[in-house]
Write a protein that binds this ligand. Sequence first.
Ligand code: UD1
Ligand code: CA
Length: 455
Amino acid sequence: MNIVILAAGQGKRMHSNLPKVLHPLAGKALVSHVIDTARSLSPKKLCLVYGHGGDIVRTTLAAPDLAWALQEPQLGTGHAVQQALPHLGGEGITLVLYGDVPLIQADTLKKLLHAAQDASGALAILTVELADPSGYGRIVRNAAGNVTRIVEQKDASASQLAIREINTGIMALPTARLGEWLAALSNDNAQKEYYLTDIVGMAVAAGLPVRTAHPQHEWEVLGVNSKVQLAELERIAQRCNAEQLMEHGVRLADPARIDVRGELVCGRDVFIDVNCVFEGKVVLDEAVEIGPNCVLKNACIGAGTRLAAFSHIDDAVVGPDAVIGPFARLRPGTELGAGVHIGNFVEIKNSKIAAQSKANHLAYIGDATIGSRVNIGAGTITCNYDGANKFQTIIEDDVFIGSDTQLVAPVTVGRGATLGAGTTLTRDAPPDTLTVSRPKQLSIAGWKRPVKTKK
Ligand code: UD1
Ligand code: CA
């Protein structure tokens, strides 16, 4: 079995500099959805037909298992498949997919392939009945109910226009006959194009059986021609994703208000509140709770951890039973141990914080290694950057850091040390000692407030 993906069309109605098939759907290019589904069927050859100016398509998607056929100019779907022909073996079935029909499911394609394997030399078309078939090619059947041809909207008679069964464009064709049929196509039609659909009539004339199969869901065969349709498909894709998550035991506050732009893997009893966005690969272990409006990208969250509203996690690992947010920001390279508490307006970058440590309010921790049971007071800042280079801060176990402290890196705070509030630490603080850098407090008796001078 070969698969040919047609992706040479212009996509004018997207009004974009980005080729249509590279527009993202659920975080992945439209055509990448199709390629991944195609790969799941293990084709012998997988060929993409791309168009002039589509070099960016080719370079973006390049992979060892993809063959490329340039179609320039674009003279129709039949002409497009003809360009792929040199890449296909002479036997078996060739499955034609569209690069802008991203949600087609492998199970539906398997049904179509079965229909084509039903009789030798059979051709199988994926069709659906639509309440409004306008714009599509119509499936013409004879009195016995057998398909005789496909007629394009623009070439159809009034009675043919009334047919509601349409061609989705997805077909399984006998490869051995393809060369001869495609060579025989003419562009003598309303659009002056070489229609792939005309080979249906040829197969019928050759006495070969033409079968049809149908998708399980109508949305599988929806194409993207505009940004309105792209947004519609995005919601469908997200809805499917949400349903899968719920079927695996995730509780969603509202399945219509979650966006997964990559892969989200969840353990049992995970709860996700509204308006959360997941990008890249995110893993939520058992019983994790994600509050509303959180954004997580390439993150791993340990069992039982709670993320309160508006937390932003990027390339970070959070241990079990941690409490994060609201309004916490974990930047790349953050690793938090078990039971760590990170509160509001705390930013952490490239730092490790060990079990049971807390930074509950307004702090910046960058390039730091922090031990267990450390308490970081409100307003603490690691001064990790001198304008040219970055330096490390080390805070050992059981340290208590008073509020509004600056740790001017490189610097180490020894185990069990206490830093008084307002300290600007420029040298290492010894263990089990109070370190303060603060002028002695002064009270001046009899001091008078200035008074306004009279004119
Ligand atoms: C095609 C079908 C029509 C079907 C409809 C489903 C033909 C003649 N018609 O019509 O029966 O109902 O799809 O959406 O096949 N493409 C190329 N090169 C070309 C032309 C198209 O690669 O020269 C690609 C496009 O990028 C797209 C696909 O083929 O992915 C379909 O092209 P499109 O122009 O949308 O076909 P329709 O005229 O809508
Ligand atoms: Ca179309």
